[in-house]
Write a protein of this length. Structure first.
Length: 428
């Protein structure tokens, strides 16, 4: 039985355990996740999305093989045991090609799935919920399920051809939140109804049978639904267990199924615990990790500016802002309002569109200069207390080294520790 299948089984039998899924391609985020899981001696699930990584490179420039090698190299560098590492593909389907006809988009999705599976990704989120150029909006459950089953068939055949057998596990669902959080301000979300969840499951089971892949239905471990959690630019809709109580009971009717919760970023510790207890056994986190990284980097900029001569400062914040203004494609459709409101959102929005800009060479050079400046001078404890109080406490207790990279990694791990405790993956 696959490791994730075992985890779901334990959750379903009252173990109240789960796993968080790290959805990021930033090397500092991946390293922080590896170090946190190493500290906890736990499994680590890292997922690439179809936007980040595809057969053409995605916005990161990485194919699935490239991403696998990138993660494995980082794992080796921190001595993380690869048997505890699970790679997943998120929102795999026609997402990247919605401006094409459904036939063209699905042909590319076929190749996308094959590339992920052949590269060794074991957890496959089949997401065909989006409408293509010639599709009605929204798509019916039946169409979504039929397309998902088509991709499952390709995944299974690719696994058999590449590895001789298949131990892939799948996540399905039609009520899939937008990757990376909502683009508009939200006040309330409607929780998926039990009837809709049951229909989604039955449609997918029937579609898998028609596609000739009934054998892998028992390896469908997750259903994506809307439990009533989301975030927008400045707000968070918190999980309310009472509103999701009837939905949580749905998976009691299916031995191998639990829920996968997307957009769980910025929830409270109490909410994470309640989600896992409500059979939302897989908790996806992405933007909050790069948000925490940005907080740490800009706090280090504040520290730098207190005692490094301006002419020698990294000016990282200014470099980032300039690059975002020079190449607005990743944020201009999302951040509206006055120039002041847009400037605020570029840096501080919970949706964290800034995450697309960190790979820029000019930004990387400025970040390296920031780290170099602070490594040479050292970071005065009073300034560490002022700008990174949690990390100051860890440094004072001898749990953390006061160098720039370690401080940034710990700020990211601060987020992951909340998830680890809720999923019962933390040692302490």
């Amino acid at each position: 039985m696959n490791t994730l299948q075992n985890l779901i089984k334990r959750n379903k039998t009252g173990g109240n355990n789960g796993i968080y899924s790290v959805c990021s391609a930033h090397p500092l985020v991946i390293e922080a996740a590896l170090r946190q899981a190493l500290n906890d001696d736990s499994l680590l699930l890292i997922e690439a999305t179809s936007n980040q990584v595809d057969q053409f490179g995605g916005y990161t420039g990485m194919t699935p093989v490239d991403f696998r090698n990138f993660v494995l190299e980082l794992a080796e560098s921190v001595k993380f045991p690869t048997e505890n590492l699970i790679l997943g593909g998120d929102h795999l389907g026609p997402n990247r090609w919605q401006d094409l006809s459904s036939q063209e988009a699905m042909d590319k999705a076929d190749d996308l799935i094959a590339a992920y599976v052949a590269a060794g990704f074991k957890k496959i989120h089949l997401d065909c919920s989006m409408s293509c150029l010639d599709d009605p909006t929204p798509l019916s459950d039946e169409v979504v399920a039929e397309r998902a089953a088509r991709l499952a068939k390709i995944a299974e055949s690719t696994a058999l051809k590449t590895f001789g057998s298949s131990d892939l596990v799948y996540v399905v669902g039609t009520e899939v939140p937008v990757p990376g959080g909502a683009a508009e301000e939200l006040e309330e979300l409607e929780v998926t109804s039990p009837e809709a969840a049951h229909k989604t499951i039955s449609c997918h089971k029937e579609a898998f049978a028609k596609a000739g892949v009934s054998d892998c239905w028992s390896r469908v471990i997750g259903l994506v639904v809307q439990p009533g959690v989301e975030f927008d630019h400045t707000g968070v809709i918190d999980f309310c267990p009472e509103k999701a109580q009837q939905l949580s009971a749905v998976v009691n009717d299916y031995d191998h199924l639990a829920f996968e919760a997307h957009s769980t970023d910025y929830q409270t510790d109490k909410a994470y615990k309640a989600l896992v207890e409500g059979h939302f056994a897989i908790l996806k986190v992405g933007p909050q990790l790069t948000f925490a990284m940005r907080e740490a980097l800009f706090s280090l900029c504040d520290i730098e500016e207190q005692f490094v001569v301006k002419a020698h400062c990294s000016n990282l914040r200014d470099v980032v802002e300039q690059q975002m203004c020079d190449a607005p494609g990743y944020w201009e459709k999302y951040y509206h309002g006055t120039e002041a409101q847009q400037r605020f959102a570029r840096t501080y929005s919970f949706s964290d569109r800034i995450r697309y800009y960190w790979p820029d060479q000019g930004i990387q050079t400025a970040q390296e200069k920031l780290f170099g400046n602070l490594s040479r001078t050292g970071i005065p404890l009073p300034l560490l207390s002022q700008y990174l109080p949690e990390q100051f406490k860890a440094v004072r207790e001898g749990l953390l080294v006061s160098d720039p990279k370690s401080l940034v990694l710990d700020k990211i791990q601060q987020v992951l520790r909340s998830y680890a405790v809720a999923c019962k993956q933390s040692k302490g």
